[in-house]
Design a protein around this ligand. Structure first.
Ligand code: CIR
Length: 253
């Protein structure tokens, strides 16, 4: 799919108060801003018009905009994030998307994080995780079914979200961690498997034929090199400290 737009949000000064399990220490806001600027520039270099929202006061995880919506070519689904501290992020993302798409909202008891949703063509893989429940997955599946999409729920056994472990790096090629290397739900796709010490690089982003990957993962870089795509490596250290990666930082459509 060719993207024309992306919505992003600058990290706020309170970003260290977000949710994390990483034990990598507190993020440095200044470094995070520099990393964010490089990220937004890379999206722009890939031919995408980038909207940059201001930090959302009181919501230290709000720059991980991917979790607040799922945008298809036909409709934007506004999520009900699984973490209580993140539910208030959605109205501002809905407002940012309204000029582009009709919106449909996930309602309780359904919960859904966009990080659990991988769209490949007209199919959605929806991770069932600590953040996304079956009701939320079904609401999303039903919202897109009318536009010709199919969907598969996939239990997420490791990592925060489904896309912490599986991402598209080509039309029929997925980059996965070993957990999903032989997963039957992904049958039919060519799979490139990241090594156990490079699992974080499984969160690599395909934008208009370019691969944006986190810096510092030479084995994965070499594997991706075989795809003959332009590779952009970005330092994501400050976002990683807060369990975030490259896909989390934008909504692409
Ligand atoms: C959280 O735990 O919700 C944030 N600290 C990180 C969210 C990362 N989002 C993503 O992978 N889509």
């Amino acid at each position: 799919m060719r993207y024309t737009h992306a919505i992003t949000r600058r990290p706020g000064k309170e970003m260290a108060a977000g949710i994390t399990t990483s034990m990598l220490g507190a993020p440095d806001h200044k470094n995070a801003m520099d990393q964010f600027d490089a990220y937004a520039k890379s999206l722009s270099d890939c031919g995408v018009s980038v909207t940059v929202l201001d930090p959302l006061e009181g919501y230290p995880d709000a720059h991980f905009v991917e979790d607040a919506a799922v945008v298809t070519p036909d409709v934007a689904i506004i999520t009900n994030p699984g973490a209580a501290s993140r539910k208030g992020e959605v109205p501002s993302i809905a407002s940012a998307l309204e000029p582009f798409r009709k919106t449909v909202w996930v309602r309780p008891p359904g919960t859904l994080d966009g990080g659990d949703v991988l769209m490949v063509g007209h199919h959605l893989f929806i991770g069932l995780s600590d953040r996304t429940n079956e009701n939320g997955a079904r609401q999303l599946g039903e919202a897109v079914a009318g536009f010709g999409y199919t969907w598969t729920p996939v239990p997420v056994a490791a990592g925060l979200h489904f896309k912490s472990s599986v991402n598209a790096v080509g039309n029929d090629t997925l980059l996965t961690t070993q957990t999903f290397a032989d997963h039957p739900a992904l049958a039919g796709f060519h799979r490139i498997v990241v090594s156990p010490q490079e699992e974080y690089a499984g969160n690599t982003l395909l934008v208009n034929g370019h691969l944006i990957m986190p810096a510092g993962f030479p084995d994965t870089r070499q594997k991706l090199h075989a795809l003959d795509k332009h590779i952009i490596e970005l330092d994501t250290s400050e976002f990683r400290k807060m369990d975030g990666g490259l896909t989390c930082l934008s909504l692409r459509f």
